[in-house]
Write a protein that binds this ligand. Structure first.
Ligand code: F6R
Length: 239
């Protein structure tokens, strides 16, 4: 694993955007795996700036997102589809962008469809990830086993708590989500994890310097051959 230590969130975002820009420049028809959450927003801003400056062209690039709430239509401003359009897709010329469809009632069929779609694109070249406080990646929550492929999850109370800031109340946070599985994530050729803030410092320590265990889902990344962690000093302060 390569670790880039940055002074702050802004520098973390610039570094992560540069890594994604290099991927798109070297392989314009690549498949980017993307994430939502607050951490990648700065990275997306820098990508938009590069696109607007004429430095980056996504016209051959395809993206697949990690996850989506079950039960939220695309138009809902808390859906991940809405988030991605608002923070990235509306501002650049991505050839095609895919997320799981949160409105599909038949969860198993939707998960199978999405997993097949990722494989049809040829798999993910570069997967961007954020890190949950409980060590989750995507919506792969701490568990007794590593879930393999795209599946439907019951969100943990801590995740509902963390995400309720985006909803009128905790009651409105969906209780389930579709997420790429650990195997789907681990099949990406390259993984870029962005982490910021002291509140994630203990999780970073557990995930990258503790045992590999499904109780800390991100710890599996220790076994991936090409992981880049871009984190600010605060996030690395427990090491
Ligand atoms: C988002 C996702 C989540 C977040 C994680 C960190 O698509 O899959 O795993 O990356 O919850 O979220 P933030 O960045 O808001 O701290």
């Amino acid at each position: 694993m390569k670790i880039y230590r940055t002074a702050n969130y802004e520098e973390m975002s610039r570094k992560a955007a540069n890594i994604i820009a290099a991927q798109v420049t070297l392989k314009p028809d690549c498949v980017l795996g993307l994430a939502t959450g607050s951490t990648p927003i700065g990275t997306y801003k820098h990508l938009i700036e590069k696109y607007e400056a004429g430095e980056l062209d996504f016209s051959e690039t395809v993206s697949v997102n990690l996850d989506e709430y079950k039960g939220l239509p695309k138009e809902n401003d808390q859906s991940y589809d809405y988030f991605m359009h608002h923070n990235l897709f509306n501002h650049i010329n991505m050839k095609a962008s895919y997320l799981p469809d949160g409105t599909k009632e038949d969860g198993e069929a939707e998960c199978r469809r999405y997993e097949a779609l990722i494989q049809e694109q040829g798999g993910v070249d570069l997967q961007l990830l954020g890190l949950g406080h409980n060590g989750h990646i995507g919506f792969n929550e701490p568990s007794e086993i590593f879930e393999k492929e795209t599946h439907c999850v019951d969100l943990q109370e801590s995740t509902i708590e963390a995400n309720k800031r985006f909803f009128a109340s905790a009651d409105e946070v969906p209780r389930q989500a579709y997420t790429m599985g650990i195997k789907t994530i681990m099949q990406a050729k390259k993984i870029l994890l962005v982490v910021s803030g002291e509140d994630k410092a203990e999780t970073v320590k557990k995930a990258f310097f503790g045992p590999v265990t499904p109780k800390v889902p991100a710890s599996i990344l220790q076994l991936h051959p090409d992981v880049i962690l871009v984190a600010d000093e605060a996030a690395l302060s427990a090491l």
